[in-house]
Design a protein around this ligand. Sequence first.
Ligand code: PLP
Length: 498
Amino acid sequence: LDPGEFRRQGHMVVDFLAKYYENIEKYPVLSQVEPGYLSKRLPSSAPQDEEPMEAILDDVHQHIFPGLTHWQSPNFFAYYQTNTSTAAILGEMLCAGFNVAGFNWVSSPAATELESLVMDWLGKMLDLPRPFLPFGNGGGVIEGNTSEAIICTLTAARDRVLRKLGHNSIAKLVVYGSDQTNCSFQKAARVVGIDPRNFRALKTTRSTLFGLSPDSLEKAIRLDINAGLIPLYLCATVGTTSCAAVDPLEPLCKVASKFSMWIHVDAAYAGASCICPEYRKFINGVEFADSFSFNAHKWLLTPLDCCCLWVKDPNALVNSLSTDPEYLKNEATESKQVIDYADWQLSLSRRFRALKLWLVLRSHGVQNLRSHIRNHCRLAKLFEELVEEDPQFEVVFPINFALVCFRIRPSGVAGMSNGHADNEHGEAWKLNEVNRLNAQLLHAINASGRVFMSHTTVGGVYVLRFAVGATLVTEKHVIMAWKVVQEHANSLLSMPAS
Ligand code: PLP
């Protein structure tokens, strides 16, 4: 690595990215390429000799750009954003530049200590209860993503029980979430060895706004206990992936605690909003949980990957995940005065992720981060108002954060009025027809390349998801997005029914 060349090429890449951000709105938000497009454009083997950065960046522009879906575009409203900022991108650069593998304290003390510090800052910003923070004997760690956070905590929960009951009891362990819990929970359960028959995705309904009902949890647990099974773990969600539903933490925790279960709160998306006092109420009850995580890489101006996990009992993680090979032995570890974060996660090596988060927290400050969240929630409200003003559309669920779920309402569909199908096929036909029409609408919107939204189906109803979260989004983009929706809806609805 030649520092002079690094400086020259580094400036070139920063300029390249700055230009990308200047022009980001010119690109179709959703990539329009066909599968396999890239192998037709790039050589099938690596070059034998070096190539200049200029040529490589040229290829990024020519060949990679068309295959990018522009997640940082202000016209990106799909899934949940993974937003970023100057501070965080530069933090990533520092992380890659130092490239330390901070698996234990001695391998790079600053990586460990900054991580503890930043997690402590964030824990205070979220007003997490004392037992999650170091002075209450808890602690925070940065995992790559929520899937890892769930795997690690579920492993800790599993081992805590199996140590008492013996390994053979693994077949009896049951885990609980709702039919809205993110699919990462199901994958985690598989990885951790939970019998797939003991994975409970409890049904939610519109009457609880798709939050998990404490009664149905208790009923399911009691049925399982009567069948000789052992309730192990509850994954409660604040801000579900489909429709940002909120599981009622406090009553759920009260139920799960009766059975000594491990309770994890997954606030992957919505957790960031809880740095604002007015949104903190959504995690009321977290004091009764064992662990809490959210993805700073979704809504806190920090790029992938950065999942912040707090646990009340770090030893539970360490007991399951630590190893003690000769080649890692050192005095600091033996003194028990330090944290070795490899023992809190799956992999051994770990990136210095705390740097980017530290840069974000310092460069913006708490007040600006709160404004960032509030601005997105305000823009989501604006979009909601625009939808509600148009009688052809409806907002399907009340919005909690910055996600609007909407659709063309049944009365907007030819042959139906007031939500009733005036033909012999009845209700099922009506729902299918409305769902099909809304899917067509989404396809047309996204094919335009002007904006990108995504969809979900909740309770059999297909909805378009408009998730505000891009760093660069403004009122102008929200209003434009709504115009795109209306234009495509008008042309669909004016077409003769097929
Ligand atoms: N949990 C929730 C509520 C989510 O919305 C998501 C992703 O959107 C996940 C978990 C998965 O997170 P990750 O991709 O970090 O594993």
